[in-house]
Design a protein around this ligand. Structure first.
Ligand SMILES: [Zn+2]
Length: 414
């Protein structure tokens, strides 16, 4: 049993911030009691100074793109050709893939991300390296082999048969092992023939509890190219039975109302990646239309086209984007941003026991503790209350401020 003393901020209910200046009692990785400090004996771990948040949940982040971060100045399809895909091809070399896996998992943990739906690699051995490293560090990772059989450079292509064999073998090795789960991952329907999408459906059917993830409606040129190839973008997945409550599609900046209705009715979640959308000039995310259609939305860093692993920065950029949409934007409060970065992500990933710090939940947490005297430290010490403190965390905090990270009650960093 461990007693943690601190200021705990979380959002078990969307839109409402809960603050506890007190104690969390954790046993076997689970929060078993919480309340004011006077109700408990002296704490074992003092996390005062700063705030403790639930571990952050990233619902869209590309493992092979750590070293591609910062490629500014291009729209999506040019950025893929010039920046992302050449780097992704290098993961064919096992040593290179292992190094990138270590850098990637470390980057997530440093940013306070404890759970992630990770877009894997085109190479099965590299996906093994990712799962191995995530297990070593202790992160909750759902990931899988990225598959494509057209359009991309030849070294990134595979066949539907090989995709099926390698996907099933990877799922056998990793799905349900420790905190790992498998995700069937066509890169995007633009790079997949109908045979490849059928192959994806076969893997999904063969692996009970597996997730499905891909990209959708990111950029207008891409949407037009998919329309030529497959017709509707959402339909290109839906017609193969790939969309359900265990599916997460990244971006969806340019959906039609009919597509939103399909996503809502399937229970499919959307990973909103606001920094990437801004950097690639993809557009401003129609959050209000998603919510009106009953589509679940959480946050993703995307990472290669974004600007780093920090979900707090994504929350801030989501806020900026909605502000810039004017009357069409959804006004987001600090509590909304925290919910998007934690509980909404856990919900999108079908993880009912993470995302907030209620009794009965796993103790996945991040201690945001800025160094004495820095601007965030000043801002937190002078904040008018919990909502103001949280707003300052989103405005100012980054990976260097993450003083401790826990998964299942085990401190994995700091
Ligand atoms: Zn992506």
């Amino acid at each position: 049993m461990t007693l943690y003393r601190g200021t705990f901020l979380d959002t078990p209910v969307a839109g409402a911030l809960r603050a506890l200046d007190g104690v969390l009692q954790v046993e076997d990785g689970v929060v078993v009691a919480r309340g004011p400090a006077e109700d408990f004996p002296a704490a074992d771990v003092d996390l005062r100074g700063g705030v403790v948040l639930p571990g952050l949940v990233d619902t869209h982040v590309h493992f092979p793109q750590v070293r591609a971060i910062g490629g500014l100045g291009m729209p999506l399809l040019d950025w893929l050709d010039e920046c992302a895909l050449p780097e992704e091809a290098r993961l064919a070399a096992p040593d290179y893939a292992a190094s990138v896996a270590a850098e990637f998992v470390d980057g997530l943990a440093r940013a306070g991300t404890t759970t992630a739906l990770v877009f894997g690699s085109h190479f099965a051995q590299a996906v093994d390296a990712l799962f191995t490293e995530a297990a070593r560090v202790g992160l909750r990772v759902t990931s899988g082999l990225v598959v494509s059989d057209r359009l991309l450079p030849p070294e990134l292509l595979t066949s539907p048969e090989r995709a099926l064999d390698e996907g099933r073998a990877l799922a056998e090795r990793w799905h349900g092992v420790g905190r790992a789960r498998y995700a069937v991952t066509p890169r995007f329907s633009l790079s997949c023939s109908t045979s490849m999408l059928e192959s994806c459906a076969s893997v999904l059917e063969a692996v009970p509890g597996a997730f499905f993830t891909s990209h959708v409606n990111e950029n207008l040129a891409e949407v037009a190219a998919v329309a030529d190839l497959h017709g509707g973008y959402v339909d290109s997945y839906d017609r193969f039975g790939l969309l359900g409550p265990a599916s997460v599609l990244a971006h969806d900046v340019h959906p039609t109302d009919a597509e939103l209705a399909v996503l809502g009715s399937r229970g499919t979640a959307v990973a909103h990646c606001p920094t990437s959308n801004a950097a690639l000039g993809s557009g401003l995310f129609p959050l209000r239309r998603h919510r009106a259609a009953g589509v679940r939305v959480a946050l993703g860093s995307d990472v290669g086209a974004g600007t780093g692993f920090c979900l707090l920065k994504e929350g801030l950029q989501a806020y900026f984007g909605q502000r810039l949409l004017g009357d069409e934007g959804e006004p987001l409060t600090p509590a909304d941003l925290l919910h998007l970065a934690t509980a909404a992500g856990a919900d999108a990933l079908g993880l009912p026991d993470v995302g907030h710090l209620s009794v009965g939940m796993r103790f996945d947490a991040v201690w945001v503790r800025p160094t004495d005297g820095c601007t965030l430290d000043v801002a937190l010490r002078t904040a008018a209350g919990p909502d103001a403190a949280l707003a300052k965390v989103f405005a100012l905090a980054g990976p260097p401020d993450m003083a401790g990270v826990w998964v299942d009650g085990t401190r994995i960093r700091g």
